[in-house]
Design a binder for this molecule. Structure first.
Ligand SMILES: [Zn+2]
Length: 398
């Protein structure tokens, strides 16, 4: 068996502490289903590529119904680590920096992702007769080069069909991509917010992020609608202060622009419908100001304080400044504008100088990258805030 050669090495250390649910997980199943579930679990625990996608889906569906989405994500992560789809060891090796900033009070970060270096997703190559829509379609499963990819299909937000998979080069622990089954192009709208909200409700403790639908304005894969989600990801922007002169604090809702290098509106509320209405309108209004250009990145969380959304305003006319392109020439996505630079490994004649800049001027580098992608300078915050105020008044009038 050729596949045996790519089989994983012994159980990695992170798995030893894995909290396996006790046998009570079968209590809700009838006798026959319980036997089937046990068989599937045994198959899963072999961490063997012979476990088909169909069997994986069935096993994860049982776990989902009994234990919820967090459990499914834990299992997928574990399985993909064990079969070598991604390397937990390499994830640990990413060079990480943090930089305290006295001006904003935020600790910015950067990472040099060795595993991800030069990665650009391309569809699996094969002699398959199927024509692939893009690199992240469900149709990529089973194709040569993707033998170790398994996913979980589930519905989100009023029956919209999605699947979730581990990203091949994670930036953080439990970094997944949530993708529509249908081949829809990337969108940024109220729907994005609703989907992410549903996701963080199904998987408590996760941070839901969206790139945008406009190239060079915080987009990743434009051909196919998707989100990025991370367990417990705390991003620098979450610690930015609200500017008092550009904030509205009501009992049921807080909205404010942040003291941060890119214009960002933070919305928090305990009232789901109000939260959705205000955030959704905010996205739409901003887009309407320059159709086809204005767009957003989103970071959505839910905790004991309620729902929270960071709407980061984007426009492709505002890009990384020329002098920073040696460090980061690719587009700047949601994680980066939210405060953590993701840089490729410095290479070429200037590699030493680039390393030195990241090491010694890192704070200035990440703040400048974010600032050069900012479409609204602080002197124009008044106008932006007027738009926000109108949206809040309409939202409150629901
Ligand atoms: Zn696709």
């Amino acid at each position: 068996m050729v596949l045996q050669k790519t089989m994983p090495s012994p159980i990695p250390p992170h798995r030893r502490n894995f909290q396996r649910g006790p046998e009570e997980s079968h209590l809700l199943l009838d006798g026959r289903s319980a036997i089937a579930a046990t068989t599937l679990r045994r198959e899963f625990e072999r961490f063997d590529l012979r476990m088909s996608q169909a069997a994986m889906q069935e096993y994860l569906r049982c776990e989902y119904e009994q234990h919820g989405l967090n459990r499914v994500l834990d299992l997928l992560w574990e399985w993909e680590a064990c079969v070598g789809y991604f390397s937990p060891a390499r994830l640990q090796q990413n060079r990480r920096y943090s930089y305290e900033d006295a001006e904003t009070g935020v600790t910015f970060r950067a990472q040099i992702n060795f595993a991800r270096n030069k990665y650009s997703p391309t569809p699996a190559t094969s002699s398959a007769t199927r024509a692939l829509h893009c690199a992240i379609c469900y149709d990529n499963l089973d194709l040569p080069g993707k033998e170790n990819l398994r996913v979980f299909k589930f519905t989100l937000n009023q029956g919209r069909e999605y699947f979730v998979q581990v990203t091949p080069f994670p930036l953080f622990e439990k970094h997944f991509v949530v993708i529509t089954m249908e081949t829809l192009p990337m969108q940024m709208s109220r729907q994005s917010l609703e989907d992410l909200l549903c996701f963080v409700e199904l998987a408590p403790g996760y941070t839901g992020c969206s790139n945008s639908d406009v190239e060079w304005a915080g987009a990743s894969i434009l051909a196919h609608h998707h989100y990025q989600v991370f367990e417990g990801l705390d991003l620098p922007i979450m610690h930015a202060c609200v500017l008092p002169e550009y904030s509205i604090a009501e009992e049921s809702l807080s909205v404010g622009l942040l003291h941060f290098p890119i214009a960002c509106c933070r919305v928090t509320s305990r009232q789901r419908a109000l939260f959705l209405s205000v955030c959704g309108k905010m996205i739409e209004r901003w887009k309407q100001l320059e159709p086809g250009k204005n767009t957003c990145n989103l970071v959505v969380t839910q905790n004991e304080a309620g729902y929270c959304c960071h709407i980061l305003f984007r426009n492709p006319a505002f890009r990384t400044a020329q002098e920073l392109l040696a460090i980061k020439s690719e587009g700047v996505g949601v994680v980066e504008v939210a405060g953590e630079g993701i840089y490729p490994v410095p290479e070429g004649d200037n590699a030493a100088a680039i390393w030195a800049k990241i090491e010694h001027e890192g704070l200035n580098v990440i703040k400048s990258i974010i600032a050069s992608n900012n479409p609204v300078p602080q002197k124009d915050f008044g106008k932006l805030f007027e738009m926000m105020r109108t949206v809040v008044e309409e939202g409150a009038a629901l």
